[in-house]
Design a protein around this ligand. Sequence first.
Ligand code: DGJ
Length: 714
Amino acid sequence: MKLKKFVFLLSLAAISAQAEDIVISTDSNALVYNVADNGRVYQKYFGKKLANPADYAAIPNGPEIYITSGMEDYYEPALHIVHADGNPSTLLTYTGHKTSTLADGAKQTVISMTDKAYGDMVDVYFIAYPEHDIIKTYTTVTNGEKKPIELEKYASSMLHFDNGDYYLTQFNGDWASEANAKETKLEYGRKQLDTKLGARANMFCSPFFQLGIDSPAAENSGNLLVGTLGWTGNYRFTFEVDHKGELRVISGINPYASRRKLGKGETFTTPEFIFTLSDAGRGKASRNFHDWARDHQLYKGNDTRMTLLNNWEATYFDFDEDKLIKLIGEAKDLGVDMFLLDDGWFGNKYPRHSDTQGLGDWDETKNKLPNGIGALTAAAKKNGVKFGLWIEPEMVNPKSELYEQHKDWVITLPNRDEYYFRNQLVLDLSNPKVQDYVFGVVDGLMTKYPDIAFFKWDCNSPITNIYSNYEKMDQNHLYVDYVNGLYNVLERIQKKYPDLLMMMCSGGGGRSDYEGLKYFTEFWPSDNTDPIERLYIQWGFSQIFPAKTLCAHVTTWNRSTPVKFRTNVAMMGKLGFDLKLDDLTEEEADYCRRAIKNYNALKPVILEGDQYRLVSPYEGEHAATMYVGKKDGDAVLFTFDIYPRYRQTISKAESNVKLNGLVPSARYAVTEIDRADGNDSKVGEYSGEYLMTVGLPLFTLNKLNSRVFSIKKM
Ligand code: DGJ
C-alpha cells in the first residue's frame, strides 16, 4: 500500500499542531483522528498501520471526522441538526475520548464532541476487531437543548479518502436476480446507493459495497474498502468526490422521509457501519468479514448448520397432511437433517390456497391439516428429522380475519385506495401492541408445538401506503421505528427461545444485512435457484457473507442442468433441497443421498473454512471456488464448466485452475470426489506451491459440468 496516497493534504481548516492523536487500529490498519488546537476533530490517516504510533504525529490533518451542516463545508454533511431556535448549523468540538475492551475482546473508542453554543452532544463509537481487521462504527446524537430539535441527516459514519481514483462496486438487481456486481469509476459529484422500500429493503440493492482505491478492485491484489450497514431497513451510502478529488463515504439510515425529532435529553443511536480495509483485494476482505461474522455477529456463528428438505417448490400451496408426511419420509430417505413446511398451512375463514389471502391468521387450515402441526412434528420425530415452519408474521392480506379485526394495526394511508405488493400489506411494528402480536405468533406456535426447531421468517412486501395509524406516531419516524420494532420482537424471541434457529427470507435476498443476522442463523439469497444464476448470486453475496449464511437449495429450476451440477452449486452454501423424490430418477436420487453424506463430511471445511474465489463466472464460461479448513488445512474445490460454444477449444492456460490458501511447502493428495458414478478418482499428489503456481487442468469443454475435489494435506 502506498502510504503517500493515504496521507491527506493539509486542510485549511485544520492548520494546527497535532494536540492529540486518537488511534483506532486493527492488526493491519489504523484510522487516526486528531484533536486540533481549534478543538475540532480531524481524520488524519486511514491505511496500513504504522509500527511506531508516534509516526502519525508527522501526518497533517485532513477533513473533519463528522462534517456538520451549515458551516464552511460545501458538500454532503454527515449530520444536519435543526436546533430548537431554527438554526440549521452545528459546530462540534472535542470534549473527550475513552477507550475500553468489550466483553468479546473488541477494542472500543468513543470520541465525544459537543456544540458549545447549543449543548447538543455527539459521540462517535469505533469498535475494532484487531485479528479480523474489521471496525464497526456508529454515532449517538443527544439533544442538550431545552426544547426538541430535529435531525435532517444522521449518518452512522463518514470516512475520507484523498487518492484521486476510486472504483465503486455495487451489488444490485431485482427479485430473482440479486446481488449483481457492477463496478464504476467515481468522478466528481455524488453517487448514492439507497433504498426506500422499508421492509423488503434490499430487493433492488444489497447493503454493501466495495471501493477500489487507486485501481479497480481485483480478487487478490489492491487496496479496497469494503463496507456494509447493519440495518434491516432503508439505508443510504453516499460517495461524493469533490473538486480536489477527495472522496467522502457517508453511510447510514436513509434520511428520506425520516426527519427525526429528538425531545429534550433524548438520544438517537444510529446503526452500525461495518468495514474492512484490504491490501490484497476482494478475497482478503471477504475472509475478514466471514471470520468476524462467525466469531462476533452471526447468531450461533460458530455452530454448524442443518441440511433440509423444503416443500415450497415441491408442492407450492397444493398439499395436505398425507403429502407432507410422505415428504417428511423423503427427507429421512435423502438423509437431510430437517423438513421445512413452507407457505400455505394456515387460515380458515380465508384459507391460504394462494398468495391472495390468509396472511395474519396463523391457525392451521382444518381441511388441509386436520391434525394440526402436531401431526407433522410427530411424523418428523418418528423419522428422525427436525421440523421447521414458514411464517410471515409482519404481514397481512386484506382478505384475512386479522385485517377485519385490526385494521388499525395496518400501515395504510387515510383517504386513499390501498395498493398492494403481492396482495398484502405491512403491519405497523412501530406500535407496541403490534410488536406483542408478532411476538405472540412465534410464542403461540412454540408453546403449542415445542418441537418446532426452526422458522423460515419471510417478508414479501416493501412498506406500501406508508402511514401509521398508531395514535402516538410521528409519521416521519415510521420507517426507522418499524425496524426498531422488528428488532424488539426478534430480541424477545431470542431471549425466550435461544435454541430456536431462524432463516431470514424476504422473497429472496430482500433482507441481507448483518444486524438482521444477529437474530437469524442464515438467509435466503434468492428465489432463483437456477444453478447457473446461483453461481453469480452466491458469488455476489459471498463478498461479505460466509457460506453458512447462504441458503442454497437444489430445485427443479433449469432442468437442463444435471442434478449433480445443481447440487454442487448448492453445496457451496448451506445445502437444502426444494423438490420431491418424484422429480428425480432413481439414479439422481442415489446421487443426492451420496452428495448429502459428502456434504456432511465437508461441512467443517465449507462452513467454517477460508473461502477463496478462484475463477469468476463473470469472466467467462467457467467458475471455481475453494474452501480451506482452518484446523488441518485440508481443502475442497468446486469447478464448473458452464456454456462452452460449439467447436470451442480450450487452451492449457484456460483449463488450468490455480489454487489458493495452501501451504507452499506441504504436499497434498488431490482426489475427485462426489462423482456421478459414485467412485472417487485420484488426480495426483502435488506441493502446495505447484497447485498455487502451476495449477491443475480441471476445466473442460463439457457443457454444464461440475466437479468436486478433495485436497488433503499429506
Ligand atoms: C418467498 C420465498 O422466497 C419463497 O421461498 C417462499 O417461501 C414463498 N415466499 C412463499 O410464499
